[in-house]
Design a protein around this ligand. Structure first.
Ligand SMILES: [Zn+2]
Length: 123
């Protein structure tokens, strides 16, 4: 099975465009820990501003000890298939799930994400 469409792969791709890429899907914000952080190379996750946990380079999720079960399930779904998660989220807003810009074509609006972001994230 190809892992091209996973979140970890997306961050590896997005890093080439930006030092500290950030991805927003619904309530969740994912960002790459910097080289000077305690967990360089990890992806951190917040939900509505609250720390949820971190994801290793290998895609292993370590949740914060007080994280709710539904958040854990959501993060695992996004990890495996961020595109599907983005599609299930908020696609009627007319905005890109990843960068929040207004989507201009019907195709992009159906997907809930723009072509530039898809390319940037390697999807
Ligand atoms: Zn976008």
């Amino acid at each position: 099975m190809s892992d091209k469409y996973t979140l970890v792969h997306g961050f590896e791709s997005a890093k080439k465009y930006k030092d500290s890429p950030t991805l927003t899907i619904g309530d969740y914000v994912f960002w790459l820990a910097g080289e000077s952080s305690r967990n360089p190379g990890h992806i951190y996750v917040k939900r509505q501003g609250k720390y949820v946990g971190k994801i290793s380079k290998h895609g292993d999720f370590s949740m914060a000890f007080n994280t709710h079960f539904d958040s854990v399930n959501d993060v695992k779904k996004i990890l495996k298939d961020p595109i599907l998660a983005a599609m299930n989220n908020d696609k009627l807003s007319g905005k890109c799930s990843f960068c929040n810009r207004k989507l201009t074509t019907i195709g992009s609006q159906i997907f809930g994400m723009g072509p530039t972001c898809l390319k940037k994230w390697g999807w």
